[in-house]
Design a protein around this ligand. Structure first.
Ligand code: IDP
Ligand code: MG
Length: 136
């Protein structure tokens, strides 16, 4: 049974700012992900608020939305077998301090808020998030 999935990845402003875009894309490719679509954009804070709406009651919501809209980001559609989980594993824990060796957040993350990368957390949310960036 093939379980080919697509997931949304975002290279966040702290990583784009440090010119890590190509290095991070290489990590995805080395780990068997195909990058089906990609675009570099800067979004409005109102769009970030929509994207992160699930976190609207959290104390860090406002800072998070300011941050995601603070500079260019690279949104990508990644495809692989079990892509959603595989991408979460490759990204590492939300807080880079807790991320395992070999993960993107361990390697590049600066702090819990500047953690370099976003990845969808379920197949259902991946569809919504891919739609958000690519089907407009
Ligand atoms: P995830 O990115 O690993 O899925 P989420 O819990 O969905 O983590 O949180 C979304 C983003 O919000 C995180 O990537 C991180 O940048 C930020 N964030 C999460 N928890 C905190 C926190 O406690 N303080 C500050 N920022 C946070
Ligand atoms: Mg999340």
């Amino acid at each position: 049974m093939s379980n080919i999935e697509q997931t949304l990845s975002i290279i966040k402003p702290d990583a784009v700012e440090r010119n890590l875009e190509n290095e991070i894309k290489q990590i995805f490719k080395k780990n068997g992900f195909s990058i089906l679509k990609e675009k570099k954009i800067q979004i409005e804070k109102s769009e970030a608020e929509k994207f992160y709406k699930v976190h609207e009651t959290k104390p860090f919501y406002d800072d998070l939305c300011s941050y995601l809209s603070s500079g260019p980001i690279v949104a990508m559609v990644l495809e692989k077998k079990n892509a959603v989980l595989a991408n979460r594993e490759l990204m590492g824990a939300t807080n880079p301090k807790d991320a395992e060796e070999g993960t993107i957040r361990k390697k590049y993350g600066i702090s819990i808020d500047k953690n370099s990368i976003h990845g969808s957390d379920s197949v259902e949310n991946a569809k919504i998030e891919i739609n958000f960036f690519f089907n407009v």
